[in-house]
Design a protein around this ligand. Structure first.
Ligand code: KG4
Ligand code: ZN
Length: 341
């Protein structure tokens, strides 16, 4: 790679955050602006795709302008534009992709499409300057649960993924079932602190033909059945015990698979990423497991775990340095597979 400083303007709009950032050489963040729509979607108990698209359109230009301003630069200082083009909500993705294409065309700046999960993984490069591939990474967000072997920059092998609900989705659904509201992850984490994680023996599902695959829908159903059963009997439920026991089951599944992968693939570095990675109890459990296995543990700060554009700027840098460029035919791909370059 050359010694020249490479400045990327990155744009992210795959779900309910409109975000833009300026990142130097994939690691140094000059600005990281996030305009979240969470309070708006909370009114409906979850993300409403049409509302998300409309809000992205309203916010995108302002967010990009703010990112440039905070980075104290103009488009003339930008070497490439990185943008999330999948996976995600198609209407939401389109807003970011269209904005990126328009700037790229108007200012003749190279365009680099980025995979959203690759962005989450790269959040670890921003947080930890010493981190280099190869390593193992668990990506746990509202839409994804992937155990990934990061073979090299931009080169990924998926060891396992969820067969049904994503980990964050399970947090959100269980939170709704016990009346905690949206988004469920932080609310369950808070409630769980008052409860006993061993109070209710919720099951940790194993997937018979996929040692590294996950399944969280059975766990979610077990929680719903527990709550419905108690309601029918006219009994009160202890929400804190439910939250703590549910969270314990999710964490057991995640750390169990991670430990097995560390042993099988003999890595010395393990990272987590995605919205659920900001869960403090999960971090502690992963840290303990990694210490037991003699592996260095990496995790991004919460602001880099949630959807943001700095992580997209990091991923775009490595794609850009590998020579990847996109044309005016770049489109939103809602179910884009990881490693499809
Ligand atoms: O990465 P992210 O911001 O968006 C997606 O790409 O999906 O992840 C959002 C998800 C939501 O499901 C949210 O409930 C979950 O991450 N989450 C958490 C916590 N904070 C956010 N889950 C568990 N514990 C948390 N502290
Ligand atoms: Zn995400």
């Amino acid at each position: 790679m050359s010694d020249k400083e490479v400045r990327i303007l990155a744009i992210e709009s795959s779900c309910d955050e409109t975000a833009a950032a300026v990142v130097v050489n994939g690691r140094k963040v000059l600005s990281n602006v996030i305009s979240t729509q969470i309070p708006l979607h909370t009114l409906y108990g979850g993300v409403v795709p049409e509302i998300a698209s409309r809000k992205h359109i309203e916010r995108i230009n302002q967010v990009i302008a703010q990112a440039l301003e905070e980075a104290e630069c103009t488009l003339d200082d930008i070497d490439a534009i990185g943008v999330t083009y999948g996976p995600g909500l198609v209407g939401a993705l389109l807003v970011g992709v269209s904005a990126a294409k328009a700037i790229s065309f108007a200012k003749d700046i190279p365009l680099v499409g980025v995979h959203h999960i690759e962005g989450h993984i790269c959040a670890n490069y921003i947080q930890n300057e010493d981190l280099e591939p190869p390593f193992l990474c668990l990506v746990v967000s509202g839409g994804h649960t992937h155990l990934v072997r990061v073979v090299d920059y931009g080169k990924y092998e998926i060891l396992g993924r969820t067969r049904d609900d994503a980990a964050g989705e399970a947090f959100d659904k269980v939170a709704r079932a016990i009346g905690l509201g949206y988004p469920g992850g932080p609310k369950i984490e808070k409630k769980a602190k008052e409860g006993n994680p061993k109070a209710i023996p919720f099951p940790v599902a194993k997937v018979a033909d996929g040692p590294y695959d996950f399944s969280f829908s059975g766990l979610k159903s077990a929680v719903l059945n527990y709550v419905n059963g108690a309601n029918m009997r006219g009994e009160c439920v202890n929400e804190a015990d439910i939250a703590a026991s549910f969270q314990r089951a999710v964490i057991e599944a995640l750390t169990g698979h991670a430990r097995q992968a560390i042993r099988e693939f003999g890595t010395d570095k393990f990272a987590i990423a995605g919205g659920v990675a900001s869960n403090g109890t999960l971090r502690e459990a992963m840290e303990k497991m990694c210490a037991e296995e003699g592996v260095k543990f990496y995790y991004p700060a919460p602001i880099l775990c949630t959807d943001n554009a700095a992580m997209i700027g990091s991923a775009a840098y490595y794609e850009f340095m590998a020579g990847h460029r996109d044309g005016w035919d770049l489109n939103a791909v809602p179910n884009l597979p990881l490693g499809s370059r």
